[in-house]
Design a protein around this ligand. Structure first.
Ligand SMILES: [Zn+2]
Length: 114
């Protein structure tokens, strides 16, 4: 049996450099309608994640939206970086995110452990 309950520990926001994105809930109904699990809204600086997602799907979606947040706040055009450049960029920027959001690591650990 797979336990799908997300850790009760809540993440309220993600800090990245001098920016913040608030984590908000996306209703299951809206998510289904838009055929998405989540989205990053640069105008409101929010990361919306569908409610009642499984643990792995939640973390997967959260990291995906954090990547959009990072890309939005970086002047670098990922298209022109090439594979090595993209790999370096992802490593460096996620390092910053993990350093600035120690709770995020705990959250990931709790939700991805068996
Ligand atoms: Zn996307």
């Amino acid at each position: 049996m797979v336990i799908r309950i997300l850790s009760i520990m809540s993440l309220k926001e993600i800090k990245y450099r001098n920016f913040k994105a608030k984590i908000v809930k996306l209703s299951k109904k809206q998510a289904k309608k838009d055929m998405i699990y989540g989205y990053y809204n640069p105008n409101e600086s929010t990361i919306a994640i569908q409610e009642n997602l499984g643990k792995i799907s939640y973390v997967d979606t959260l990291l995906h939206e954090i990547a959009h947040f990072i890309a939005d706040k970086s002047a670098i055009r990922l298209k022109n970086l090439g594979e090595e450049g993209v790999a370096t960029f992802i490593g460096s920027e996620f390092c910053k995110v993990f350093l600035q959001n120690p709770k995020l690591i705990t959250f990931i650990k709790k939700n991805l452990s068996k």
